[in-house]
Design a protein around this ligand. Structure first.
Ligand code: CLF
Ligand code: SF4
Length: 477
């Protein structure tokens, strides 16, 4: 059984400053470069957001300890809550640092593939520094093998980089939606800084300067920085290429351009004024246009501030406060180490098999096609068509199957029966794919998919193997 490549490629780990030339690119000093690459590879290897490969195997959790925010984004309304809603800022219950630490120890025992604990809201973690840092301290003390991760709007970042470094928080995300305050004016109505509220462009200028300062400070402290940007058609979609260039030149490690999620019922300014989000095609075109030498993140699931599990599989409802408070922490560092070693072994075997398969499949001038995959993770096709809440999309050519994103859907099977209207929406969502790869599918959806030119493949195997086999048959036809 094979699966997606879990070895982080050089593009995954090449810091921007190295790409810009110097001795390393001409061969001299290559040993040093290899050592640096290896160190960097280890830093991201089991972080599901910083490594696309890792997200198939390793899980993260967020603890919602940070309610307040110091800016207003036109796409945010933290009063709205829905247990089924998965998007940043949405959370069902707030925790104290002590409750958060207890929850982390419970989950690290029950889900040993959990490697990262992040604080991402529901407000801004650095607008709640006491709760945020107390939580990190408690977890670093009791579960030192869990990586700590922080996501911020950047306004207060320059103040806290030393503290972040001290606590060994190696991964920090800044949400940067603009580098031109005139664009920012349409996104941020106000910013609160040094106990004063600044409206309009005055506030946006402060935010922009502080974000750039924070980015620089993270680079100097050698902390890996990912930048998230929300793509808002007609407002910053054209501008994000410039954002990409600026953050790249300032040493950001990874850029994650996410689609705006906007609906009137969310009660956000954009939702109420009818601002639309981008289509998957628009998003992909922008991500492709930005990639250059910089790794673009394409597997973000825009998690809730209390998300738990593999990306794309939210288990937060299993660990609500009333439930986890009754659970005894079963955190066991040795057992976790064994589980991680098992995952690495599994990944290595799959990688080897994948390489062998790719070496045999050499199709010249191969056209690229898309396939949709139902998976619960592990790089394996292991989900029934009717149970999928999202499809992972792979771009396949003669040599490899490359993960390029996911499409969220309503699952087809509701209470044991297929929903006709849902099926139409699913077909629409994957209409640009040539096949859907699933562990099982009923005859009715199969016929409808086939009628729309989407082939169905049933298998319980590695995504790479099945996708490449399908590709071979497809081009032969
Ligand atoms: Fe959380 Fe963010 Fe850390 Fe990941 S999420 S704080 S870097 S551990 Fe990941 Fe979720 Fe996307 Fe964020 S999928 S929203 S990028
Ligand atoms: Fe909401 Fe985050 Fe923006 Fe604050 S920074 S308004 S919490 S999206």
């Amino acid at each position: 059984m094979l699966q997606t490549n879990d070895t982080v490629t050089t593009t995954d780990v090449t810091p921007i400053e190295k790409i810009s030339g110097g001795c390393a690119s001409s061969g001299c000093g290559s040993t040093k470069t290899q050592i640096q690459d290896e160190k960097l590879r280890q830093r991201i290897a089991n972080h599901p957001c910083y490594s696309e490969e890792a997200h198939h195997h390793y899980a993260r959790m967020h603890v919602a300890v940070a309610p307040a925010c110091n800016i207003q984004c036109n796409y945010c309304n933290r009063k709205f809550d829905c247990a089924n809603e998965s998007r940043p800022g949405v959370v069902s219950e707030l925790l104290t640092p002590e409750e958060a630490a207890h929850k982390a120890l419970v989950i690290a025992g029950k889900i040993p593939q959990l490697t990262v604990l992040g604080i991402a809201g529901p407000g801004d973690p650095l607008a709640n520094p006491e709760q945020t840092f107390r939580t990190f301290e408690l977890i670093a003390d009791k579960a030192p093998d869990i990586k700590l991760c922080l996501s911020t709007n950047g306004l207060m970042l320059p103040e806290y980089v030393d503290r972040i470094k001290q606590l060994n928080i190696d991964h920090v995300t800044i949400t940067i939606n603009m580098v031109d305050p005139k664009v920012g004016e349409k996104i941020y109505p106000w910013v609160r800084y040094n106990r004063k509220r600044y409206k309009g462009i005055e506030g946006v200028k402060i935010l922009h300067e502080r974000q750039m300062e924070g980015l620089q400070a993270l680079k100097e402290a050698d902390i890996l920085c990912k930048v998230n940007s929300v793509m808002i058609p007609g407002i910053n979609d054209q501008h994000l290429k410039e954002v990409n260039e600026v953050i790249r030149s300032k040493g950001a490690f990874l850029h994650n351009i996410m689609p705006l999620i906007s609906a009137p019922e969310h009660g956000t300014h954009f939702g109420l004024t009818g601002q639309r989000g981008p289509t998957p095609k628009e998003l992909k075109a922008l991500q492709d246009g930005c990639s250059g030498n910089m790794k673009m993140m394409r597997h973000c699931r825009q998690c809730r501030a209390d998300a738990v599990g593999l990306l794309g599989e939210d288990r937060s409802l299993e660990f609500t406060k009333d439930k986890f408070a009754q659970m005894t922490p079963e955190y066991d560092a040795e057992k976790r180490k064994e589980v991680h070693a098992g995952i690495e072994k599994f990944k290595a075997a799959l990688q080897k098999a994948k390489e062998e398969k790719a070496a045999r499949k050499q199709v010249n001038n191969a056209p690229k096609i898309l396939v949709a995959v139902a998976t619960k993770g592990g790089g394996v096709i292991n989900q029934h068509f009717g149970h999928a809440k999202e499809f992972q999309i792979y771009e396949v050519d003669g040599r490899e199957a490359k993960f390029i994103g996911h499409r969220k859907i309503d699952h087809y099977c509701q209470g044991g029966y297929g929903e006709e209207a849902t099926l139409d929406q699913i077909i629409e969502a994957i209409s640009d794919c040539k096949a859907v790869l699933v562990s099982k599918i009923g005859s009715c959806p199969q016929e409808k998919l086939n009628a729309r030119g989407i082939e169905t493949v049933e298998a319980y195997e590695s995504i790479d193997t099945v996708a490449l086999d399908f590709y071979e048959k497809y081009v032969t036809k």
